[in-house]
Ligand binder design. Structure first.
Ligand code: FAD
Length: 398
């Protein structure tokens, strides 16, 4: 039986994360306004919070508690409920590149680079939704056994803080997807530059960078997975690396839903304070007895709940080792649209209060917009869903 009800142990863990998230939220506006700055790796409140947490340890999760893959989504939502970018203490691992290394690296590569914080650079000025158009090149110098990399990457998450990057480059542009390989490039390698932090609508405090590679030489063994061949009839290593997204897409959805839940909670508080009745138990046809604001709000809550279940189901399948390619796109596509409607809907309900920079509603609207853009836009997720549900091929949908 699938049971997503949190146990007492789960609840204790989530309550601790919410307390931590509230501290992060206190700093959210300041770092949003100082976009060019990097957020400190450790907030001033960290030591006191952690000392108290140590003095009051949480119960250890057991087999009857929510499985780790599902719990990871709930924990992500709880953390992003505080703020998208500000953390009490930043982790030094867990970039998107780390997920790619785990999915496609050899055992030796995982052992060598697993401790580094790794970003992942696919997007280029002329290549986004269709990664097969990557034009950064990797040319093998047989004399020195080195790859020579040339190209430009944009919008790289954790791009400044990362110790290195999993970089997508083509060995042979005429081979299309089959020619694309990923390479591990460590910061400090000559020819690898980080020219600037990107300026953005939302998640402004987040570390997003541009990269430039000019005759950047890396050892031959830095090709992820080690397979240098370019297969004639298949997509080569491309498909393997794309699998990275089957867990990161629901995670991205969970991040956005954390922001949406923050907006809903604060709107509920404001409406209650204004004396608006929010009662789900109004009975059949009951919505008609509610105020327009209450009805609107409750529809947004419904949207949130529906989206959350797609994320939890997808994570549950991943935890069971079931294929979840379709479900991960469903969760991402649904959340991408839901968080936009929810954060915007909250602003509409609240009017001037929603727009004022004295509150965080307008920031939540800007921050949640990214959910529908990176890790594949909503349109691209819908193409994947059409392929999965209706058996369309890539060519049918071109
Ligand atoms: C804050 C931020 C962080 C990011 N982090 C990373 C990162 O860490 N690493 C990385 O490699 N990239 C990253 N990206 C890039 C992101 O993945 C791309 O922006 C995204 O894939 C879309 O690509 P694009 O911007 O080039 O848009 P385009 O591909 O040019 O698309 C433009 C529009 O056309 C639509 N479209 C495109 N193709 C189709 C189609 N076939 N059918 C229907 N509609 C279509 C898209 O949905 C979109 O609405 C990040 C972006 C941002 C904003």
């Amino acid at each position: 039986m699938i049971d997503f009800r949190p146990t007492a142990t789960d609840e204790a863990m989530l309550a601790r994360l919410h307390a931590e998230a509230l501290i992060c939220r206190r700093h959210a506006r300041a770092f949003d306004e100082r976009e060019a700055e990097m957020i400190p790796d450790v907030l001033p409140e960290a030591a006191a919070f952690e000392a108290e947490a140590k003095a009051n340890p949480l119960p250890k999760p057991g087999p009857d508690d929510t499985p780790p893959a599902v719990m990871m989504m709930l924990q992500t939502m709880a953390a992003y409920w505080g703020d998208y970018s500000v953390r009490l203490r930043r982790s030094t691992s867990g970039g998107l590149g780390n997920a790619a290394l785990m999915a496609a690296g050899t055992e030796a590569q995982k052992a060598k680079w697993g401790q580094l914080l790794l970003s992942m650079a696919i997007t280029e000025p002329g290549c986004g939704s269709d990664p097969s158009r990557v034009s950064t090149t990797a040319v093998l110098d047989e004399q020195t056994n080195e790859w020579i990399l040339n190209g430009e990457k944009i919008f790289v998450t954790t791009g400044i803080r990362a110790d290195g990057v999993v970089l997508w480059a083509t060995l042979d542009k005429s081979a299309g997807r089959a020619g694309i390989k990923s390479f591990l490039v460590v910061k400090g390698t000559p020819g690898f530059d980080v020219p600037h932090k990107e300026k953005k609508l939302g998640i402004r405090a987040d570390d997003t960078a541009a990269y430039v590679f000019r005759d950047c030489r890396i050892p031959r063994e830095n090709l992820l997975g080690g397979d240098e061949s370019i297969p004639k009839q298949s997509s080569g290593g491309f498909r393997g690396v794309m699998k990275t997204f089957n867990m990161t897409r629901p995670l991205t959805a969970a991040m956005g839903l954390g922001i949406a839940e923050a907006a809903l909670d604060a709107t509920r508080e404001a409406l209650t304070e204004a004396g608006v009745e929010l009662d789900w138990a109004t009975g059949p046809g009951g919505m008609g007895r509610l105020s327009a604001a209450a009805e609107r709000f409750m529809r947004l809550e419904t949207l949130f709940e529906a989206s959350k279940w797609t994320v939890l189901q997808c994570a549950w399948m991943a935890g069971k080792g079931l294929p979840n390619n379709l479900e991960s796109s469903v969760s991402k596509a649904h959340a991408g649209s839901a968080v936009r409607q929810i954060t915007q809907g909250c602003i509409e309900i609240l009017g001037a209060m929603g727009i004022s920079r004295e509150h965080l509603f307008e920031k939540w609207m800007r921050d949640s917009r990214i959910t529908d853009i990176y890790e594949g836009t909503g349109e691209i997720q819908r193409l994947i869903i059409a392929r999965g549900l209706l058996d369309y091929t890539r060519d049918d949908l071109k």
